[in-house]
Design a protein around this ligand. Sequence first.
Ligand code: T46
Length: 135
Amino acid sequence: MLNCGLIKLKCISDEYGSLVPIEETIDIPFEIKRIYYITNVDKNATRGFHSHRKLHQLLICVNGSVKIRLKNPNEEEIVKLNDKSVGLYIGPLVWNEMFDFSEQAVLLVIASGFYDESEYIRNYDYYLNEAKKVF
Ligand code: T46
């Protein structure tokens, strides 16, 4: 799907455990300005329902699993994240919804920009109008 996709991260494992390093512009296609993580989500809850105008993000489920519904005006896809060494890149103007969080799921998000509510598009009809100019 355009403007998003899975990125396999290197996982360094030995008898002492595993380590996944992420370096901006080397392992992921953007510079890092912010990190946040989502936890304690009820299994019936759905989050997201928005896209971003400019933001680039990488979502990694570092514990448990979660499903992400991705949409643009022409395509829709559901991706299940359940591997701490696989990130889902989501670029600008991709609509996302997060659901089916497992118990103890931890969704780590790496973002290219600081938090800016004015940069979100949260109305789906408005989103479709904007995204149709690009996709
Ligand atoms: C996204 C998906 C994957 C902040 O104050 N700072 C922050 O950096 C963020 C991300 C959120 N907030 C506040 C804004 C809301 O009052 O935290 C509250 C929950 O945010 P929101 O409803 O946007 O959460 P989600 O889970 O629907 O979406 C989040 C990100 O906001 C969004 O950028 O792509 O995770």
